[in-house]
Design a protein around this ligand. Structure first.
Ligand code: SF4
Ligand code: SF4
Ligand code: SF4
Length: 509
């Protein structure tokens, strides 16, 4: 009864956390209240990749410090996704379904995800150089705005990452196999002095182990260390409440963990299957995650991993039920193992190096454009063009940089190169026209603007640009038909014309 109470309390706290998330999302997306950015552990990338101290980075620091002092309390009592997993387990319980906790080395998947996240930091260093620390709580550029906004994706997440996943692999399957923060928080958990500790005689009844949300062999840890030292312990307190002898308590004490033990969390201690089943699960999770990411975008990687692991588990269950002698059917098992490991390494490598060099150079150049350092941007774009001459995105950025710098001849050359391979691109003609306009070559400017209108009659900017050129030439009559396409009413248009001829007019009203 007492156990139920603590679980209920925890569910209530987790529900509250989700309600806060909902309020935050409503304020952010519906009311545009974006003074405090997205809360996410991805803040580690903001922080160390760009030096951006935003809400997510502050949140990350808070969670890490809390974990180092109190253990993974956040996972037990604070994570929004924990709520869905706990609900799934509770609902299964109501139908008399008690999913078996599967132990497998497929937990390696979360290490791959963590590595992938951390390599994003390295990629930012390559693009932007060393991090320059600055505070910007409303800024969310670096992986901290990548939340699922589509209700369909959220439903898919809850259905697969919580319900199906837990049904097939047991309680907190997402935390144990997919979440990249689990291994990271586990590192800091090792420093915590607040643990589940033995405070009374243990009868070895194993009730604690049976009730453990994370599938830890609590009775064994208590017997060996007089404390739960497994870094997967999320301090949910289910075991302390389940123990009929009051043996366990969550309290401060000297750390019972040796240095070697501290690093044992790297190697999963338990597993249910032989290595060929294990490989099937690992491959299933990683391959499906990889293609899901390519197909649906980066956030959906986790969804893909759950799909892959569930698929792998279904095959394992099928093989087990048919009692297929898999090992005997694989004659060359060593060769199979080597090929599997090579494929796994290649796949991991492909994943790690997903951002190509030209894109990195483009982003690095854009960074200089943001701070108006055009010479540096031009030098980087030119470096990219030398190596990737057919990258039109980089050439367009280079043309823009020349234009902004005021080097109009070079800007014209670059735009003409772009137009030679893409003559029907209205925006390019409009951009070239703007370069001519800035250079004082009004005739050529109008010619290019007209070409862009011929290609795309809806390109409002081109109409406005032609109107502007005529106004500059003092030809108001010719400007008006073009300006009418831009301004919703005559009054606005008149105001614009007057402001152009007498800049003080607008201010005086
Ligand atoms: S392991 Fe990940 S998903 Fe699970 S509770 Fe912790 S942060 Fe949340
Ligand atoms: S439930 Fe309590 S008595 Fe039973 S094994 Fe666990 S710690 Fe020991
Ligand atoms: S050992 Fe106890 S506190 Fe830790 S996860 Fe298991 S049940 Fe929760």
């Amino acid at each position: 009864m007492c156990n139920m109470n603590i679980n209920r309390k925890r569910l209530l706290v987790l529900l509250l956390m989700n309600l806060l998330v909902v309020v935050h999302i409503i304020l952010w997306y519906k009311f545009g209240c974006q003074r405090v950015g997205t809360f996410s552990l991805n803040g580690v990338v903001s922080l160390f990749g760009m030096g951006l101290i935003n809400s997510a980075a502050a949140f990350f620091i808070f969670v890490v410090l809390m974990t180092a002092f109190f253990g993974r309390l956040f996972c037990g009592w604070g994570c929004h996704f924990a709520f869905f997993q706990e609900c799934a387990l509770k609902i299964f319980g109501k139908f008399g379904i008690n999913p078996k906790i599967i132990h497998s080395n497929a937990t390696i998947i979360q290490y791959v995800f963590l590595l992938k996240t951390l390599t994003a930091i390295y990629e930012f260093w390559l693009i932007y150089g060393p991090p320059q620390f600055h505070i910007g709580f409303g800024e969310t550029q670096v992986m901290t705005v990548d939340l699922p906004r589509s209700p369909i994706i959220i439903i898919l997440f809850v259905l697969f990452d919580a319900f199906l996943f837990i049904y097939l692999m047991g309680s907190r399957a997402f935390c144990r196999y997919v979440c990249p923060w689990a291994p990271l928080l586990a590192v800091f958990d090792n420093f915590s002095f607040w643990r589940i500790r033995k405070v009374n005689e243990c009868k070895g009844c194993m009730t604690c182990t049976k009730s453990c949300t994370m599938g830890i062999w609590v009775h064994e840890e208590i017997a060996q260390y007089s404390a739960v030292v497994n870094a997967n312990c999320i301090r949910c307190l289910a075991c302390t409440n389940a123990c009929p002898n009051g043996t366990l308590s969550y309290r401060w004490g000297l750390n019972a963990i040796s240095i070697t033990r501290r690093f044992k969390w790297l190697i999963p201690q338990q597993r249910n299957y032989n290595w060929y089943y294990e490989l099937m699960l690992i491959f299933g999770g990683l391959i499906v995650a990889y293609y899901t990411q390519k197909w649906l975008g980066s956030f959906q990687t986790f969804l893909g991993a759950a799909w892959g692991l569930c698929f792998g588990m279904l095959i394992v269950k099928f093989l087990e039920s048919k009692r297929v002698p898999v090992l005997e059917t694989i004659q060359l098992k060593r060769r199979f193992l080597v090929v599997s490991l090579i494929t796994l390494s290649t796949l991991t490598w492909c994943w790690m190096t997903s951002a190509s060099y030209d894109i990195r150079l483009l982003l690095r150049g854009n960074r200089y454009m943001d701070v108006l350092e055009y010479d540096s941007a031009i030098s980087i774009y030119n470096q990219a063009i030398n190596e990737f001459p057919s990258n039109h995105e980089v050439r367009a950025a280079l043309a823009l940089a020349y234009k902004m710098k005021g080097d109009y001849n070079r800007a014209v050359t670059e735009y003409k190169t772009l137009i030679s391979v893409n003559p029907d691109n209205a925006a390019l003609h409009n951009n070239l026209g703007t370069v001519y306009y800035r250079n004082g070559n009004y005739e050529l400017a109008v010619e290019e603007y007209k070409k862009s209108i011929q290609l795309d009659g809806d390109l409002i900017a081109a109409y406005g640009n032609i109107g502007l050129v005529f106004l500059k030439q003092g030809n108001v009559e010719e400007a008006i038909p073009f300006l009418r396409k831009v301004f919703p009413n005559e009054e606005e248009m008149l105001k614009y014309i007057l402001t152009l001829y007498n800049p003080n007019q607008g201010k005086n009203g």
